[in-house]
Write a protein that binds this ligand. Structure first.
Ligand code: UN1
Length: 502
């Protein structure tokens, strides 16, 4: 087996052009990987189509057997694979390990679901009829996944798609090809039949080739820009489905009835975990005027102190950003906020030399950037997603309705949380915040895999994970069987065939 290759139709396939994966904390090279072409994608889609006929004939529990092997490996190798995640995507080590745990949970969910009922038994108006909603696999599913959960999110997509009887063509993020390679090895070791699982490494052009191909469904988790174009393109093609999950401009609402001992850590975790690079990370803190000054003082003190550094070091809270271009983007948004006239409270955009650990001079470092501003609908910095540790404090006065209006004042609706000891405020928020993932007295990150994961408004269409993904990777058939010798129609429709009089 070649060390780094695509995995297509049961073979490791080399590519002509290659790209290098780098550790974002050190710049160290982690290896060269083939850059997938349209032809590679076409070969993979053909292989997946060919493999589909046999794969779909297996029973659900039999298909799930392959995934149980993957589950055992993920459990046994959590530390080793967690370290790989940290080395390749820069998340601190407990987050690297949590990525493997989340992957194992998703595989467990999907494989376990192989023994659960699928479809529904539905009543019929006619006693002699049995009616059902049955599900069948759609065919080839294209999966396009991001770098920030490089082991977990591929399994959000692929574990369910495979157990439901589909075959897959997967394009992992170009920033984390080594993690992707490790997943392909797990699939190979589990003995997954040739063509059922295919991986084409590469960039956006390979992803676009999957979207343009004959795949029946496209599952996408990643940036809003790409997700919207996929949703538009696939949505306009009859018979094709897309489930896309994109980012947001998420907020934590801290009301006048908040317990600040809970509010401050909830806000720190929401804003700075994964260096703000979760699609559920919070970049807005909407805080009631009665608790504003104290919250601000405590949040600012925490942001000044959070440990940025070597992600392999257990004392680190925030690792580096994923790549130089992304650091540039975060810097630009920090500058933009300043240009837009906000009051900067913490600026660790450039770390001091003594904050950068030895041997990590080439890492893509950035620390927290915190500012305050009155709400202004024209400010780009409080409406556009930065995907970094860039956080606005927005003071509000008045009732919970006003806080929820501010929470909803973005085109996005992925995740959010409310911190309050008043259940009426919590219930109002629950019923009126426009969100796919909403929390009370918790950070707005850290969803468990058995929940639907996806957003409303511009944050997504469809939920590319767990139970909800089943809608995107299966067809439903309304199946009705007559147990009588006579035909009796529903809705009182006459079944008489009337003939012309002689
Ligand atoms: C993402 O932010 O891109 O809910 C995914 C969470 C994780 C998944 C995040 N389970 O924070």
């Amino acid at each position: 087996m070649a060390s780094h290759a695509h995995y297509i139709d049961g073979e490791w396939v080399e590519g002509e052009e290659t790209f290098v994966s780098e550790n974002p904390a050190t710049g160290e090279s982690l290896g060269a990987f083939p850059r997938g072409t349209e032809e590679d994608v076409a070969t993979a889609v053909d292989a997946a189509e060919e493999a589909f006929e046999e794969w779909r004939e297996l029973s659900y529990p039999n298909r799930a057997e392959y995934l149980w092997d993957v589950y055992e490996e993920l459990k046994a190798r959590t530390d080793e694979l967690g370290e790989l995640v940290t080395r390749e995507c820069g998340k601190e080590i407990s987050e690297g390990q949590a990525d493997i745990v989340e992957a194992a949970h998703m595989v467990e969910w999907a494989a376990g679901n192989g023994r659960h009922p699928h479809g529904d038994v539905v009543p019929s108006e006619i006693a002699a009829k049995d009616a059902y909603m049955r599900r069948s696999p759609r065919g080839v599913v294209g999966c396009i996944t991001p770098w920030n959960f490089p082991i977990a999110i591929p399994f959000w997509h692929m574990a369910v798609a495979l157990v439901e009887g589909n075959t897959v063509v997967w394009k992992p993020a170009e920033q984390t090809p080594k993690c992707a390679h490790a997943i392909a090895e797990l699939m190979v070791d589990a003995g997954i039949p040739d063509g059922v699982f295919n991986m084409v490494q590469g960039f956006g052009d390979a992803g676009a080739a999957i979207v343009d191909s004959d795949v029946e469904s496209v599952l996408f988790t990643g940036s809003a820009e790409v997700g919207h174009s996929i949703a538009n393109e696939v949505g306009g093609t009859p018979g094709k489905l897309a489930a896309c999950e994109m980012g947001g401009k998420n907020a934590v609402v801290v009301t006048e009835h908040a317990d600040l001992d809970l509010a401050v850590p909830a806000a720190v975790l929401s804003s700075f975990k994964t260096t703000g690079q979760r699609c559920v990370s919070s970049e807005r803190l909407i805080v009631h005027t009665d608790v504003y000054d104290e919250f601000k003082e405590r949040f600012v003190a925490a942001a000044e102190k959070v440990a940025v550094g070597d992600p392999l070091d257990e004392g680190t809270f925030m690792g580096p950003l994923i790549e130089p271009e992304h650091r540039e983007k975060v810097r630009k948004y920090n500058d933009l906020a300043r240009e837009e006239g906000v009051e900067v409270l913490v600026d660790r955009t450039e770390l001091d030399d003594d904050e950068i650990p030895d041997g990590h001079e080439d890492g893509h470092w950035v620390g927290p950037f915190v500012y305050e501003t009155p709400y202004d609908p024209d400010l780009r910095c409080i409406h556009e997603e930065v995907f970094g540790p860039h956080v606005a404090l927005i003071e509000y006065d008045g009732d919970i309705e006003h806080a929820v209006d501010l929470q909803n004042a973005t085109p996005y609706g992925l995740a959010g949380s409310i911190i309050s000891e008043d259940y009426r405020q919590i219930n109002y928020y629950r019923d009126h915040a426009e969100l796919g993932l909403a929390y009370g007295n918790l950070p707005c990150i850290g969803a468990e895999v058995q929940l639907p994961f996806g957003g409303v408004k511009k944050s997504g269409n469809g939920y590319p994970s767990a139970r909800e993904i089943i809608e995107a990777v299966t067809e439903r058939t309304a199946w009705t069987l007559n147990n009588s010798k006579d035909i009796e129609m529903a809705q009182g429709l006459s079944a008489d065939i009337k003939v012309e009089e002689e």
